[in-house]
Design a protein. Structure first.
Length: 214
């Protein structure tokens, strides 16, 4: 316990740094994922192509490489932002590709007759998607989206290599101070466990309330 007690402020700073990264990147991923899923099923070919390219590129790019591209590449084009914001952009964009595919899979579970009925009532594509299709699709995509956001929380550890304050990065100063590396990582693991179990509990509540009964 002395490893945690003696360095509680350091652990707290890293823990809340990871929480902030996870929350902000999750919000960005959900928004972008929804937009790209809409593009993927849109009747406009150019939008479908854009959504497909977005998902294909990001799903097949290593997250570490994406961090390098965002944190080191964007400043070369004159976009200078705090590293924390760059990390949120990298994590959010990367995760949005997986959110997009989860949503698209959920959309495909909705019978096409639902959309046809909505269009027969005079609804356009946006109204059909938002009012008819997505509310039904949402029920089936709660578990995969929850799993994706849990993975995002763990992926945030990469940000520590780019001077962003997060939980895993606390091992460096503690190692330099001579603390046991084993117990240092034990408490880091406990921190990640708290975050991931919280996300899991939240999505369990959503699944029980809105999920498809099986």
């Amino acid at each position: 316990m002395y490893v945690l007690i003696d360095n509680f402020s350091l652990y707290s700073e890293g823990f809340f740094g990871t929480v902030k990264l996870t929350v902000y990147a999750s919000l960005l991923a959900l928004v972008l994922g929804f937009i790209m899923a809409s593009f993927r099923v849109a009747p406009v070919r150019s939008l479908r192509v854009l959504g497909t390219v977005w998902v294909t590129v990001l799903r097949n790019t290593p997250l570490t490489l994406l961090f390098f591209a965002v944190l080191l590449g964007l400043p070369r084009f004159g976009l200078v932002l705090p590293f924390e914001l760059f990390a949120v952009i990298a994590l959010g964009c990367y995760t949005s590709a997986f959110i997009c595919e989860a949503l698209r899979a959920g959309i495909n579970t909705v019978h096409k007759g639902q959309g046809e009925a909505a269009r027969s009532l005079g609804m356009n594509f946006g109204q059909t998607l938002n009012s008819v299709v997505l509310p039904q699709a949402f029920r089936s995509v709660i578990p995969p989206i929850g799993s994706t956001l849990i993975a995002l929380a763990k992926n945030s550890a990469i940000a520590g290599a780019f001077s962003v304050t997060e939980l895993l990065g606390t091992y460096k100063p503690l190692s330099e101070l001579g603390y046991s590396i084993i117990w240092t990582f034990v408490w880091i693991a406990v921190g990640y466990l708290i975050i991931t179990l919280t996300i899991s509990a939240l999505f369990n509540v959503l699944e029980k309330r809105y999920g498809v009964a099986r």
